[in-house]
Design a protein around this ligand. Structure first.
Ligand SMILES: Nc1nc2c(ncn2[C@@H]2O[C@H](COP(=O)(O)OP(=O)(O)O)[C@@H](O)[C@H]2O)c(=O)[nH]1
Ligand SMILES: [Mg+2]
Length: 421
């Protein structure tokens, strides 16, 4: 395994990749439980890809390699670690993200999860969920991905037995409950035969629910949970601010403030190649004409009555993805949508195995690979941010050592200290 480094040009801003009605769904679970095969089946049966793309026949397990083949053709930096494919149904577009299950691939898993807004937990009906699934579920919960569907798969190998399905589904439901995930549905499927994936199956007459694809429609991204308006100014061109709506909805006439500046009014909202818009929503990239003085690239704009928190003492949780870990006292950078915040790991409060619950005891020793750590980071200067539960896109970040080495993926729990609002 190699220590991950940032791709040139910076990381994918955590979880800001949503545009309009696109939902990014990570497929997680134990290795060999059938994630890749299920993904391949979804693509095939929705007509997203055709059978001539299969190098190996379906009956010989070829579906598991379908996505690998598609991904290799792309030069996109961000698909190198984690394979993904696009599926369109009705009004929604899904980006399906294949997440490897090995412990050593936790890095990829976390990167995939950090870009995902929802997840499908894939469980072999005969084997049930084990260590990896638990780990993946905890990482999802930590990254603010709370809506999940569980696919209980390989039902063909269990003689389509109702009892097998219920036993596995009950186990996952209990886990989800414990970890704090919302299990939207548990669906019995066979990815190999294609049963109950895009259409109801006659081999599962006892199952009263909907096929897997239909249940994905119930997955709501975190952005819809009443998150406050957050707009990131990225550049200014000819009086227009090129901006991204990180969360919430922006309307013409809305008042927006930046730290230490007077409020501005949104006068005009434009989208490339379209007439002026009345509003823009989470994930939209827009051209924005504002009243008042120009605003600097990197500025975070928010409504005057729902401003982000501000301070230099940040309480965060980080999933360590650096092979040789990190320790208290180290310099660090929090890279997140729109900003690189530099500082120091002032204190390791405690850390623990990511498959387990947080312990009560403090443990300030070095943080190891794949552990979750609670840290206090002292920033060099106060910065704006949000608690991940208030605004997931702004509450998630990538932790680096200040150069290109990634230490982990994190979320903001609390912002205090100097300049507190
Ligand atoms: N019989 C049967 N085999 C399956 C099913 N889904 C996956 N498999 C097989 O299980 C093995 C692991 O599948 P794969 O998709 O690679 O698992 P992953 O490691 O979770 O991505 C492969 O040999 C698949 O052909 C299924 O629904 N029924
Ligand atoms: Mg796989």
């Amino acid at each position: 395994m190699t220590t991950p480094v940032l791709p040139e040009g910076g990381p994918t801003p955590a979880a800001t990749a949503r545009d309009g009605d696109t939902l990014r769904v990570a497929f997680v679970g134990e290795v060999d439980h059938g994630k890749s095969t299920l993904l391949g089946r979804l693509l095939l049966d929705t007509g997203s890809v055709t059978t001539d793309r299969l190098d190996v026949p379906v009956e010989d397990g070829g579906l598991a390699f379908l996505l690998d083949g598609l991904t290799e053709e792309r030069a996109d930096l961000f698909t190198l670690d984690t394979a993904s494919a696009v599926l369109e149904t009705g009004s929604r577009r899904y980006v399906l993200i294949d997440v490897p299950g090995h412990a050593e691939l936790l890095v990829n898993m976390a990167t995939g999860a950090s870009r995902a807004e929802a997840a499908v937990i894939v469980v072999d009906c005969r084997e049930r969920a084990a260590e990896q699934t638990r780990r993946h579920m905890r990482v999802l919960a930590m990254m603010g991905v709370t809506a999940v569907v569980c696919a209980i798969t390989k039902m063909d190998l269990a003689g389509w037995a109702e009892a097998e399905f219920h036993a596995a589904a009950r186990q996952v439901a209990a886990l989800a409950d414990e970890i704090g995930l919302t299990l939207v549905a548990a669906v019995p499927v066979s990815a190999m035969t294609g049963d109950n994936i895009t259409a109801a199956s006659t081999r599962l007459p006892w199952y009263a629910g909907r096929p897997l694809l239909d249940t994905l429609a119930d997955l709501t991204p975190w952005g819809d949970g009443g998150a406050p308006l957050r707009v990131e100014a990225q550049d200014v061109v000819e009086g227009r601010v090129l901006a991204r709506v990180l969360s919430g909805e922006l309307r013409i006439g809305d008042r927006l403030v930046a730290p230490g500046e007077d409020a501005r009014t949104a006068l005009r909202i434009e989208r490339f190649g379209e007439p002026p818009q009345e509003s823009a929503t989470t994930g939209d990239n827009i051209g924005l004409v504002l009243s008042g003085p120009p605003c600097a690239p990197g500025t975070l704009l928010a409504p005057p009555d729902r401003r982000p928190l501000r301070g230099d003492r940040w309480r965060v949780r980080v999933l360590c993805t650096a092979e040789d870990g990190f320790a208290e006292g180290a310099r660090c950078t929090l890279r997140r949508a729109g900003a690189d915040l530099t500082g120091r790991i002032a204190r390791v409060e405690r850390h623990w195995d990511s498959a387990r619950r947080a312990p009560d005891a403090t443990d300030r020793g070095p943080v190891r690979f794949s552990e979750v750590a609670e840290l206090t980071v002292m920033l060099d200067r106060p910065a704006d941010g949000d608690d991940v539960r208030v605004c997931a896109p702004l509450g998630r970040f990538m932790l680096t050592d200040g150069s290109v080495r990634i230490l982990g993926l994190g979320i903001v729990d609390e912002i205090a200290g100097e300049d507190r609002r």
